[in-house]
Design a protein. Structure first.
Length: 201
């Protein structure tokens, strides 16, 4: 079958998978450069955390689907809270390193109006991912995104989108993309992304 005659659905699936696989596995640019290209108005500190000013933030695309435990989750339903989105895979060593910090912060900050949601990717079945959550005490939900469709389509081009595994994106209370890290985080760096958003009116 020629490529021009291939079914559209097949081409889309191949494109999604190819784009998802371009995410840098288990890495991240820690030299303070920002992605997105062009005049993005992002500010990146020397710790590799990029932020967007309140008036420059974009909304996410749809981030909804089935969680690892088989429930339905739509990130849009969390508007009104600061939302931490963490891209991870059970196979990823830096993800394992940061997981205890995320688990602790999620428990400590829930009462302050912070919700954590994982985006589990490149795990071909759920069992290793579920074992990861149990091993590291991760109690917040993770959307199951083995082919990276949510990562690809959930973040508009030119925004602070996830570009490596692990990546962390923090949404403000309006559901807009406010901060991003492309590396594994400890609790101090994670909180440095969250705390300013909690103070916003």
């Amino acid at each position: 079958m020629s490529l021009s005659r291939a079914p559209r659905r097949t081409l889309l699936a191949v494109g999604v998978l190819s784009a998802a696989l371009t995410l840098s596995a288990c890495g991240g640019d820690s030299n303070g450069k920002s992605g997105g290209g062009g005049n993005t108005n992002f500010v990146t500190n020397t710790g590799g955390i990029s932020t967007a000013a309140k008036g420059e933030r974009a909304a996410t695309g749809e981030l909804a689907g089935e969680t690892l435990d088989g429930k339905r989750l739509d990130v849009a339903d969390l508007k009104g809270k600061v939302v931490v989105l963490n891209v991870w895979g059970s196979w990823c060593a830096p993800c394992r390193a940061e997981a205890p910090h995320f688990a602790k912060a999620a428990k400590d900050l829930k009462a302050k109006g912070v919700e954590f949601v994982g985006l589990n990717t490149r795990d071909p079945n759920k069992q290793p991912a579920l074992a990861f959550e149990e091993d590291y005490g991760v109690t917040y939900p993770s959307l199951y995104d083995p082919q990276g469709r949510l990562i690809l389509f959930g973040f508009p081009k030119g925004t602070l989108s996830p570009q490596s595994i692990p990546s962390t994106v923090v949404l403000d209370k309006e559901g807009r993309i406010a901060a991003r890290s492309l590396m594994a985080l400890n609790e101090e760096k994670l909180r440095s992304m969250i705390d300013p958003l909690l103070k916003e009116k």
